[in-house]
Design a binder for this molecule. Structure first.
Ligand code: X5A
Ligand code: ZN
Length: 669
């Protein structure tokens, strides 16, 4: 469907004409640096290029007062002294004779992107604009922002396209107070912002940037502020905020469109933000948002003042919008205490308004071991288990090793079996199929009775072929169908083959009746997660089983609250998703799970399904592996008490080892 890139070089015209240390960082090179890098990486060429138009005054009037629009219009004819005097009436603002033109192009760019997405011309896109928008208010410029580009786009989406639910994700490091004010009583716009706050000691120094500002009137609960009270927030903190806070709310809200106030001053190196998240993190944030709203994501540039960091983060965002898998995240995936405190305070403030947050305990976790054996369950094997200790230390040393392969730049999804799915096979992979591999396949099959039959052997041959392609970095993902009787054995061989190929971290997500192969190593190289209708159990930190939740809400909290935190903590080189006998998963659910597992694995996901699954299921999985958005799950239903209980139990068991599961700070015992 494609990705739009909206830009106009006139937007480089506005610039600071006098000395002002606060404003000098907002300069034309921000746009040229981003665009140059997109060209160098070959990303611009893959996008649909749209030239920005100027927004009309009527469009500006969707959120701004006529008096304010006139005031900005009149700056066009002012001299330097007058411009400077007027600028001084606002907080962190400079006007230039070209400001009105640039700011109208910035709004126009956002509107063109929106129209292209909502008419189906493209799936998603990015508008590269100056000046930024999210601090701008009904009758005031603020923080380098003149007109509120994203807010006007949201108002236009409601008015001209009849949309009812729009999610605005503001990942800029500053609080978009302008956007907040414009929609604070409007339940059709859910505004989420995280921002450097430092208990109110960071610009714009507002009380209403804190977690307890949740909107008002009809809009109660539709403003979500996540204040960062320390600098240095990194990849783990950002991903945790998405998994434990934003995404549960977003799925419950069920937006028709996602607008991103895409400021990159929240990335490492930025002088304003002082945060630590690497550019790759924005690929992950983007990918996490692409599962919403049928993938309709419009990103509009806000801040970002370190040119290198900005350019790289913009590339990561565009690459992900284009459907490429996100590169692996660097650094330990352990959210810091301050981040957990912030996330927790938002959960507490928002819980009255959101069912999806009521599932989470709002009290901090006690670290004393006594709390772990509560809820009338058998005491866990985890904390003191001898196997786990070695495995846990094995795990930490494994993280020091480099990844098996860098993520391939382009990612063909490969479907080898169902005839009615488009096959996307690199030529050298197709040609050799079934030739030299036969003997080897037979050798791998030998120990398994269920792999003796011809059709099982053929499926195994395809699987091994595909797996080698993935491990060698030729293809990034794939699908294989197996005869139902051979699913467990095929999965076993896949794991063994992965290990013998040198894989250090392999995540197995087994759905339905698939047992962990009995003679599998327990050295931390395999994380085995079985989702089926049995009791929740964590036999070790690398062997977890949980019932398949019955309702959509339960399924979502299982993915967001368990599967993905484990996967992001483990950072697998490869994920095997196996839909075994009686897996009970509906197509959209299977697609969402598969799609989201691409994130932590650099896109290397191999899906195994039964031959008698519907061709629709194979097709839908092939498409999400190729980077398409999964279909919507439909209206939100709250998780059943049993599913909530199971999830809570597992989190209690596993949190001490898998820190990405945490969504509240730990009190010292
Ligand atoms: C869009 C943006 C920042 C203003 C900072 C003023 N504005 N100190 O990042
Ligand atoms: Zn900013």
């Amino acid at each position: 469907m494609g990705t739009a890139l909206v830009y106009h070089e006139d937007m480089t015209a506005t610039r600071l004409l006098w000395d002002d240390p606060e404003c000098e960082i907002e300069r034309p090179e921000r746009l040229t640096a981003a665009l140059d890098r997109l060209r160098k990486c070959g990303l611009e060429q893959r996008c649909l290029r749209l030239s920005a138009r100027e927004a009309s005054e009527e469009e500006l009037g969707l959120v701004h007062s006529p008096e304010y629009v006139s005031l900005v219009r009149e700056t066009q004819v002012l001299g330097k002294e007058e411009l400077q005097a007027l600028s001084g009436q606002f907080d962190a603002i400079y006007f230039h004779p070209s400001t009105f033109h640039c700011a109208r192009l910035a709004v126009g760019a956002a509107l063109q992107l929106l129209d292209a997405v909502l008419t189906g011309e493209v799936q998603n896109g990015l508008a590269l604009v100056r000046p930024p928008g999210h601090h701008s208010q009904r009758a005031a410029a603020s923080g380098f922002c003149v007109f509120n580009n994203v807010a006007i786009a949201a108002a236009h989406a409601k008015q001209k396209h009849g949309l009812h639910r729009i999610l605005i994700v503001d990942w800029d490091v500053h609080h978009g107070q302008g956007t907040q004010y414009l929609f604070e009583d409007d339940p059709s716009v859910l505004y989420f912002s995280w921002h450097r706050y430092e208990h109110g000691r960071f610009w714009p120094f507002l009380r209403e940037s804190d977690a307890d500002a949740v909107g008002r009137g009809q809009g109660l609960g539709f403003t979500v502020n996540l204040p960062w009270n320390q600098v240095g927030m990194g990849n783990a903190d950002y991903v945790a905020a998405f998994l434990h806070l934003l995404l549960p709310l977003a799925f419950e809200f069920d937006p028709e469109l996602v607008l991103v106030s895409a400021g990159f001053d929240s990335a490492i190196g930025d002088p304003e933000g002082q945060m630590q998240a690497t550019p790759e993190c924005f690929a992950h944030l983007t990918q996490l948002l692409q599962v919403l709203a049928g993938g309709r994501v419009c990103a509009v540039l806000e801040g970002g003042y370190h040119l290198e960091s900005l350019a790289e983060s913009v590339c990561m965002t565009v690459q992900t919008l284009l459907g490429d898998p996100a590169p692996p995240l660097s650094g330990p995936m352990v959210p810091c205490q301050s981040a957990l405190e912030s996330i927790q305070s938002v959960c507490a403030a928002q819980a009255p308004h959101w069912k999806s947050l009521q599932l989470q305990d709002v009290t901090p976790v006690q670290t004393s071991p006594s709390t772990h054996s509560s809820e009338g369950r058998p005491p866990p094997l985890l904390p003191g288990g001898p196997v786990c200790k070695t495995a846990a230390s094995a795990l930490s040393s494994l993280f020091d090793q480099p990844c098996l392969h860098p993520a391939p730049p382009v990612c063909p999804a490969v479907a080898l079996t169902a005839p009615d799915i488009t096959l996307v096979l690199p030529p050298d992979v197709t040609q050799q199929e079934g030739s030299a591999l036969n003997e080897e396949t037979e050798a791998w099959a030998k120990p398994h009775e269920s792999l003796a039959q011809d059709e099982a052997l053929t499926a195994l041959g395809k699987l091994l072929y595909l797996l080698d392609g993935m491990l060698d970095g030729q293809v990034s993902s794939g699908i294989v169908a197996t005869p139902p009787s051979a699913a467990a054995a095929t999965l076993d061989v896949a794991i063994q083959r992965g290990l013998s190929h040198g894989a250090q971290r392999l995540l197995c997500v087994a759905l339905g009746q698939l047992d962990r192969p009995p003679d599998l190593v327990h050295d931390g190289r395999i994380l085995w997660l079985n989702i089926r209708g049995k009791e929740a159990a964590a036999l070790s930190m690398f062997q977890v089983s949980t019932p398949l939740p019955v309702l959509t809400g339960g399924f979502l909290s299982c993915i967001l609250g368990l599967v993905l935190p484990l996967a992001y903590g483990f950072q697998p080189e490869l994920v095997l998703v196996a839909l075994g006998p009686a897996h009970g998963l509906q197509g959209p659910h299977a697609a969402l799970l598969t799609s989201m597992l691409r994130g932590p694995a650099g896109g290397r996901v191999l899906a195994l399904l039964e031959e008698d699954s519907t061709p629709q299921l194979a097709g839908i999985l092939a498409r999400v592996l190729h980077g398409e958005a999964p279909p919507s799950l439909g209206p939100y239903s709250v998780a059943s008490p049993e599913d909530t209980q199971a999830l809570r139990y597992l989190r209690g068991q596993l949190e001490p080892q898998w820190k990405m599961l945490q969504c509240r700070p730990h009190l010292e015992a």
